[in-house]
Design a protein around this ligand. Structure first.
Ligand code: PLP
Length: 447
């Protein structure tokens, strides 16, 4: 193994001495130094190249260091680095126009934030003020961000230690055919029972108390479960029937990840509010936001919206968004993501599932795929407990990295989520590296 450079060693030591990391026991960390990145690859502190099948935190949809985006940021830095949110800025105006053009239906106005969690916070606030109601329904097996409201509507174990004082957040089960909470025999039955469950829950919570239903159209970190046919349309109908605002959280699924601009586009569903971040400018400069329907925007036409941020629509971030969206259009990046899913990752991962007894399920679309690792295919016992990790999963990640592959891992799942720009050859290379690494996981399968 090559040794880390002096610079990398110093960065590592300063990190361990002074940087406080997210979601972690600080003394138990051994983070990787990243010194450079380009396209689908990153380089570690020892100069080793790794194929980035994580897109970092599933955000570098356009790949690393895209020259058009880098240049747009440099140009904007030379022109005007920052401007207060109350002033007009050409990059913010243009980014909002482009997002409104891409967003479904009449989501024609954009409130910009610095990231995904803030977008969710503000979307919920808008829904509460618009309806005059307080409760928010969200799914188990979801992630909506780390701030107060966002983490409390989150349906994963990261909510547990943060679970104080968020009145009116109620969770429901979404469809998940592989581990169906409804014991359904078919996707159609899963849709029917999931919608029946949601409508019952609305009835028991009191429709007049419910401001919003928040969901990821395709849950991301929680397991990339594309909904069975009819589910999202059914949720839209329930929201309409009971006067509830539908918030689609497209922070991870938006901007090309699923092979369409937004995951709701697969079902033709138009939410009332749509949160985005990550892929909007691939995270080159922090940016998120809420796309707002005309009806909800009208609520705040003559009544002040009580919320704001110093950096709302920051010029460097919105200049990066304009360049990202234009480059993705010109280079047919979203079409590439769809093609890679259909032609390479889908068939390739399904072939791996056949060969490796540790793979219990493979699902996804575009460049958005989950591989579920199990100790026993018959019982579907996960290879790490819910909310935890295991020796087996630790070994799998180490084997991937040793082979030159950087995966995204959550509990007992490995997600294959390369940039939307990934080439066929790179996607095949990733599959070959994963094929080898999975042999370590197979050794933990009970015969
Ligand atoms: N919503 C979803 C669906 C996400 O995947 C994430 C982050 O992973 C967030 C919200 C929070 O975004 P951020 O980390 O930018 O605050």
């Amino acid at each position: 193994t090559p040794e880390p450079s002096l610079e990398a060693r110093r960065a590592y030591e300063l990190d361990r001495a002074h940087v406080f990391h997210s979601w972690s026991a600080q003394a138990e960390l051994d983070p990787m130094v990243v010194t450079a990145a380009e396209g689908s690859y990153v380089w570690d502190g020892a100069g080793r190249r790794l194929l980035d099948f994580s897109s970092q935190l599933v955000n570098t949809n356009i790949g690393h260091q895209h020259p058009r985006v880098v240049e747009a940021i440099q140009t904007q830095a030379g022109r005007l680095c920052t401007v207060a949110p109350q002033h007009v800025n050409d990059q913010r105006s243009e980014a909002a126009r482009l997002i409104a053009e891409l967003a479904p239906g009449d989501l024609n106005r954009v409130f910009f934030t610095n990231g995904g969690a803030e977008a969710v916070e503000y979307a919920v606030r808008m829904a509460r003020l618009h309806t005059g109601r307080h409760k928010v329904l969200s799914r188990y097996r979801s992630y909506h961000g780390g701030t107060h409201t966002a983490v409390n509507i989150t349906g994963d174990p990261r909510r547990w230690p943060n679970d104080q004082g968020a009145a009116g957040t109620v969770h429901f089960f979404g469809p998940f055919p592989y581990r169906s909470p409804f014991h359904s025999a078919s996707p159609e039955e899963e849709t029917e029972r999931a919608l029946e469950h949601l409508e019952q829950l609305i009835g028991f919570e009191g429709p007049d108390a419910i401001a919003a239903i928040v969901l990821e159209p395709i849950p991301g970190t929680a397991g990339i479960m594309p909904p069975p046919p009819g589910y999202l349309t059914g949720v839209r109908e329930l929201a309409d029937r009971y006067g509830i605002v539908l918030i689609a959280d497209e922070v991870m699924s938006g901007f090309g990840r699923t092979g369409r601009w937004f995951a709701v586009d697969h079902d033709g569903v138009v939410p009332d509010l749509m949160t985005f971040a990550k892929g909007v400018n691939s995270g080159y400069v922090p940016l998120g936001g809420v796309a707002i329907s005309e009806r909800i925007a009208a609520t705040f036409a003559h009544r002040p919206f009580p919320g704001g941020l110093t950096y709302s629509g920051h010029p460097l971030a919105t200049a990066a968004a304009v360049a990202t969206i234009e480059a993705m259009r010109d280079e047919k990046t979203v079409e590439n993501a769809a093609h890679i899913g259909e032609a390479v990752l889908g068939p390739g991962l399904r072939a791996l599932a056949e060969r490796h007894p540790s793979v219990g399920d493979v699902r996804g679309l575009g460049v958005f795929w989950a591989v579920e690792l199990v100790a026993d295919r018959a019982t579907k016992e996960p290879l790490a407990p819910y909310g935890g990790t295991s020796v087996a999963m630790g070994e799998l990640v180490a084997a991937c990295k040793a082979a030159g592959l950087l995966p995204f891992v959550n509990y007992h799942r490995l997600h294959a989520v390369p940039p939307c720009t990934v080439s066929e050859a790179e996607a095949r290379e990733g599959l070959a590296l994963l094929d080898r690494a999975l042999e370590t996981a197979d050794r933990h399968v009970r015969a």
